[in-house]
Design a protein around this ligand. Structure first.
Ligand SMILES: [Zn+2]
Length: 162
């Protein structure tokens, strides 16, 4: 199997890995930053989306499992990069999927729009949402509560890979 086909297979496998807490793939969340392949050993570079979300370790094990199922891949390592993720990295598909469950993703400049009606008239009601990585908010436009993904940078250091 030529390298390009293997890489395409890995991309497809990653597109099927969903965040454990969100109905959206890690690719649509903008978490996948790089794939390297050398003699059947794949290295997938990911950026964590939230501070303090335990889901990071679940994602890592799901990624390893999915990628090692790709033919011609015998091994997969995951490297976590040091932050750099922002709401702007979420794809349109990802935004639509998240809006469908009432979850807004702030834009790169921090702007939050209502996931239901697109209104700017939104405010935080509590820093604590249903998960540690979410903030509760309320839209004045359509009078609907929703949640916002927190987009703080992680404090994790990247693993050193020789
Ligand atoms: Zn609204």
């Amino acid at each position: 199997m030529p390298g390009d086909d293997v890489r395409a297979g890995i991309r497809r496998a990653l597109a099927a890995v969903e965040d454990p807490e969100l109905p959206v793939s890690i690719v649509d969340l903008g978490m996948v930053r790089g794939i390297t392949l050398s003699a059947g050993a794949a290295v997938v570079e990911l950026v964590p989306t939230f501070l303090a979300c335990p889901a990071q370790w679940l994602v890592e094990s799901d990624v390893k499992q999915a990628v090692t199922r790709v033919p011609a891949v015998s091994q997969c390592d995951v490297v976590w990069l040091d932050g750099g993720w922002s709401g702007a990295d979420v794809t349109e598909t990802g935004r639509r999927a998240l809006a469908g469950v009432g979850l807004a993703v702030p834009a790169a400049d921090g702007t939050v729009l209502c996931p239901f009606c697109g209104s700017h008239e939104v405010g935080e009601t509590s820093p604590f949402g249903s998960a540690v990585c979410r903030t509760a908010a309320y839209c004045q436009g359509c009078r609907t509560p929703f949640e916002v993904l927190k987009v703080k940078r992680t404090l994790l250091r990247p693993a050193q890979v020789p």
